[in-house]
Design a protein around this ligand. Structure first.
Ligand code: HEC
Ligand code: HEC
Ligand code: HEC
Ligand code: HEC
Ligand code: HEC
Ligand code: HEC
Ligand code: HEC
Ligand code: HEC
Length: 426
């Protein structure tokens, strides 16, 4: 990356990190912004040209982006199962819900990371309450032992669910709500009130329309926003354009899991990381699930050079088909969130959801998951400084849970006790 393109987060980070580890001094313009347009998402009134037009000049980014869930989020169906990139080991939906054929389906929503839902030809998402059949496809998830299959979706909802702007605002490029200036339905489907320009979260979803950039690239008429809030518009339970701004409350599912798509409020509740942009760690265009090597461009140890693996260096955890060489995230980003599947495992009741949390902090008190949520179980607890922490049943007992298993079993109490001093032992 040329110096003129050094992103602003490096400037922001230098301040706190300089004191601790020393920053490469002098090089980075402090808090100055290297991208030309960081304010006007319309790019001077440009129009959408589609991601195919970006490919020729940005082939490396295009290649990464093709494997990212963003580009695979909404799949057009034309009489047969949608196809996904081959490297995406768990992705794919072999058949529509029972009683339906592919010709009944207009779009598959997801099917790439954890689960899929199905829009019919009228543009409504099929529900169990309406169709009487299991209407959500869960992907295989070896870390919690889940196998692929259909499960119920909205069983108490007697209607189909419109796949309208309130859903597709986060799943498409150039989404517009239905209003007097835009009275249309996408493809004239009655369930799809409003319109989009391109299915999936493609280049122009984040960079704005590209028509003015292509004939004159050097003018850099393209919007770039490196702040966490830009990603957070979609990675939270609300979207600013839906009129319910994110408050930072992290909602929980009834049986003790953090609800999915809350990476932004989670990060803000993470204490030390609350000021980081998502792109401080993430390469914005690479898939965390299927291309982690490129997706995480700043390793934990790049910033925490003084931390070791807390006597887990070189260890590997194997459970069924799940093989996990231990790293910092094995403990600090446990599967405390849930999109589709979960398991409570072993005699110690280890907890394994299916999304890695971005809370990072570990609660080393002898409390189980109930201590992580408010008394009514509806939200994640925060302390007076606005920080949350994951309990050791999500962290240690996910692996250390069975007497005749490997690794050896820990109880809630022994796990908490060892956890307390874990970086001070070796
Ligand atoms: C004809 C070639 C070409 C095409 C097509 C093209 N770009 Fe670019 N793009 C460039 C070049 C060259 C630069 C670097 C300009 C510079 O640094 O002076 C650039 C820079 C950018 C930047 C960085 C802007 C900044 O402020 O530094 C973004 C973002 C971007 N392009 C996105 C896109 C998207 C999205 C598309 C498709 C809509 C696209 N590009 C299509 C050539 C192209
Ligand atoms: C327009 C809405 C939107 C914006 C903005 C957005 N995301 Fe996403 N993101 C999504 C959706 C929807 C998914 C789920 C994709 C799927 O399952 O196919 C997703 C999935 C992801 C994933 C997992 C995908 C994988 O392949 O592993 C990562 C990582 C991610 N987003 C990071 C980011 C970052 C970082 C930013 C900001 C630079 C960002 N997102 C901005 C909507 C968005
Ligand atoms: C989820 C939002 C998102 C999507 C989708 C996205 N970008 Fe970006 N892009 C970003 C962010 C954020 C940055 C700034 C990254 C940084 O500086 O750390 C960026 C930076 C860039 C840059 C300049 C820096 C670089 O890495 O060269 C180019 C060029 C670019 N994007 C092109 C594209 C193209 C082409 C696509 C589609 C194939 C695309 N982007 C899709 C968010 C996105
Ligand atoms: C505020 C933005 C937003 C809204 C609104 C939204 N989603 Fe999503 N959706 C996301 C993000 C981000 C993800 C991936 C991150 C995660 O699950 O933690 C996702 C994931 C999904 C997935 C799983 C995809 C996969 O490959 O595993 C499905 C299915 C889905 N959404 C369906 C819907 C439906 C149906 C609606 C409307 C009822 C909806 N979403 C509304 C942002 C949104
Ligand atoms: C870009 C730099 C950066 C990266 C990358 C980074 N951190 Fe941090 N982290 C910080 C800063 C800055 C703090 C706050 C100062 C401190 O505690 O050292 C922090 C604090 C923490 C804390 C303490 C949080 C609290 O307030 O209690 C934990 C735990 C942590 N980081 C774990 C991780 C893990 C695990 C990773 C890798 C997934 C990681 N960090 C990656 C910069 C970073
Ligand atoms: C076996 C589980 C485990 C692994 C692996 C692990 N940690 Fe930790 N880490 C913990 C626990 C538990 C705490 C809380 C300890 C406490 O509060 O005294 C902690 C605390 C921290 C803190 C905040 C406390 C402090 O001293 O500043 C940071 C930062 C951190 N770890 C970084 C890392 C990094 C970086 C890695 C990878 C090199 C890593 N950890 C690997 C369990 C682990
Ligand atoms: C301190 C570093 C760091 C920051 C900051 C960060 N992430 Fe991540 N993120 C990671 C790591 C590490 C992974 C796990 C990669 C893996 O599975 O190997 C990850 C995974 C993800 C995933 C996939 C989770 C799953 O289980 O499928 C999503 C989605 C995501 N990040 C979104 C975001 C968003 C949005 C932001 C900003 C609000 C953000 N991240 C900020 C380090 C970070
Ligand atoms: C991803 C799985 C995993 C997680 C998470 C995990 N461990 Fe381990 N742990 C292992 C494996 C594998 C070993 C090595 C095999 C063994 O000793 O049985 C191990 C070894 C240990 C050892 C023995 C170390 C030695 O030198 O003999 C202790 C003590 C321990 N873990 C405690 C913890 C605590 C406390 C936590 C939570 C803070 C934790 N572990 C989190 C998998 C895990």
């Amino acid at each position: 990356m040329p110096l003129s393109h050094k992103p602003e987060y490096l400037g922001l980070l230098c301040a706190p990190l300089f004191a601790v580890f020393g920053c490469p001094s002098g090089d980075f313009p402090d808090n100055s912004d290297p991208y030309r347009n960081t304010t006007d998402k319309t790019n001077g009134g440009a129009v959408y040209v589609g991601s195919g037009a970006c490919r020729a000049c940005h082939p490396d980014i295009d290649q990464m982006q093709t494997l990212h869930g963003h580009s695979q989020k909404l799949k057009t169906v034309q009489g047969s199962a949608p196809t996904y990139p081959g490297q995406a080991t768990y992705a794919g939906v072999p058949q529509p819900p029972e009683g339906f054929v592919w010709n009944d389906i207009s779009y598959v929503v997801g099917g790439y990371i954890r689960k899929a839902r199905f829009a019919d030809q009228d543009g409504y998402v099929i529900t169990t309450g309406h169709s009487g059949v299991a209407a959500q496809w869960n992907l295989e998830f070896p870390a919690n032992g889940a196998t692929a299959g259909f499960v119920a979706y909205e069983s108490t909802n007697a209607s189909r669910l419109p796949y309208d702007y309130s859903c597709f605002v986060c799943h498409t490029t150039g989404p517009l709500p239905q209003d007097p200036s835009n009275p249309q339905f996408q493809e004239n489907r009655p369930g799809m009130a409003g319109t989009w320009k391109e299915a999936g979260v493609q280049c122009e979803a984040c960079h704005g329309p590209g028509s003015r950039h292509i004939p004159n690239p050097d003018a850099r008429d393209l919007f770039v926003d490196t702040k966490a809030s830009a990603c957070g518009e979609c990675h939270s339970r609300s979207h600013p354009s839906l009129g319910n701004a994110d408050t930072g409350t992290m909602t929980a599912l009834a049986d003790g899991w953090i609800d999915n798509r809350q990476q932004w409020p989670e990060l803000r509740a993470s204490g030390g990381h609350s000021g980081l942009g998502c792109v401080a760690c993430h390469e914005a265009h690479a898939s965390a699930n299927y291309d982690a090597g490129r997706a995480i461009r700043t390793a934990c140890t790049d910033c925490h050079g003084d931390k070791d693996m807390g006597f887990h260096a070189g260890e590997q955890y194997v459970s069924g088909g799940h093989v996990e060489p231990l790293t910092c995230i094995s403990c600090h980003m446990p599967f405390a969130s849930r999109s589709a599947t979960w398991a409570v495992v072993g005699e110690s009741n280890g907890r394994v959801g299916d999304m890695r949390t971005h809370i990072f902090r570990i609660n080393t008190n002898t409390v189980d998951y109930t201590g992580m949520f408010t008394a009514d179980g509806s939200a994640v607890l925060k302390d007076s400084a606005g920080r949350a922490a994951v309990t050791v049943d999500f962290v240690c007992l996910r692996c250390h849970n069975t007497d005749d298993g490997y690794p050896f079993r820990l109880t809630l109490r022994s796990a908490a006790e060892i956890a307390r001093g874990i970086h001070g032992f070796d």
